[in-house]
Design a protein around this ligand. Structure first.
Ligand code: UDP
Ligand code: MG
Length: 192
C-alpha cells in the first residue's frame, strides 16, 4: 500500500495537488475538512459540533477526527492506498493514525510538505473565500487564528515524521503542474 500525507498550512494547495495525485497513483483521498463540512451539510450532531470550532478557526477535538478517519478507512477496506489531506493535525492524531495503520498491517509511506509563506497564504484564502462560500475563508482574523493553530499544534508533526525519516518538503509556490511534478518525484522515491 502507498499511504501518503499531504502536509502544509491552510491554503498551501493540499486539496488541489491531492486530486492530481489520486488520479496518477490510484489512491483514495481522505480530506477530513471535506468530511466535516459534509457532516455539517447533512446536519448531523457531529457536524454541528464541529462547525463551532471551524467557524472560530480552531481545531476540532482529536477524538472526533480520529473516529471519522477510522470509519472512513473501514468503509474503504479494498483501497490500494490513501492520501491524507488535512489530517493528522496534532501529535496525538499522528500517533493514533500510526496505530490505526498498524492494525490494517500498513504504514505511512511518505509525508509531503508544501512550503508556502504566510502572506501568500492569506491572499489565496481571501480569494478562495470569495467563491468557496466557506465562512472560515472570509475573515482575516479567523484565517490568522487558523495559522496560529497550525504553528502551535500542526507544525510539530514535521519533527515527528522527520524522526521516522518520512518527511519531504516541496516548494508550494509556482505552476500547479510544476509543483505536481516535484511531488511525483518524491513519491516515486518511496513507491515500491
Ligand atoms: N478541521 C479540523 N481537523 C481536521 C480537518 C479540519 O479541525 O482534521 C477544521 C479546522 O477548524 C480547519 C477547518 O476544519 O480550520 C478547515 O480545514 P480544511 O483542511 O478543510 O482547510 P484548510 O485548513 O486546508 O484550508
Ligand atoms: Mg483543503
Amino acid at each position: 500500500m502507498l499511504n501518503l500525507i499531504i502536509f502544509g498550512p491552510p491554503g498551501a494547495g493540499k486539496g488541489t495537488q491531492s486530486e492530481k495525485i489520486i488520479d496518477r497513483y490510484q489512491l483514495v483521498h481522505i480530506a477530513t475538512g471535506d468530511l466535516l463540512r459534509a457532516e455539517r451539510k447533512a446536519g448531523t450532531v457531529l457536524g454541528n459540533e464541529a462547525n463551532e470550532y471551524i467557524s472560530r478557526g480552531e481545531l476540532v477535538p482529536d477524538s472526533v477526527v480520529v473516529g471519522m478517519v477510522r470509519n472512513f478507512m473501514s468503509s474503504h477496506a479494498g483501497a490500494g492506498g490513501f492520501i491524507f489531506d488535512g489530517f493528522p493535525r496534532t501529535i496525538p492524531q499522528a500517533e493514533a493514525l500510526d496505530a490505526m495503520l498498524l492494525e490494517f498491517n500498513t504504514a505511512i509511506s511518505a509525508v509531503l510538505g508544501l512550503e508556502v509563506v504566510e502572506d501568500e497564504l492569506v491572499k489565496r484564502l481571501m480569494l478562495r473565500g470569495q467563491t468557496s462560500g466557506r465562512v472560515d475563508d472570509q475573515d482575516e482574523d479567523t484565517i490568522r487564528n487558523r495559522f496560529r493553530e497550525y504553528q502551535n499544534k500542526t507544525l510539530p508533526l514535521q519533527g515527528y515524521y522527520s524522526e521516522q525519516g518520512k518527511y519531504q518538503s516541496v516548494q508550494g509556490i509556482g505552476e500547479i503542474d510544476e509543483i505536481f511534478t516535484n511531488l511525483c518525484a518524491c513519491i516515486d522515491t518511496v513507491k515500491s
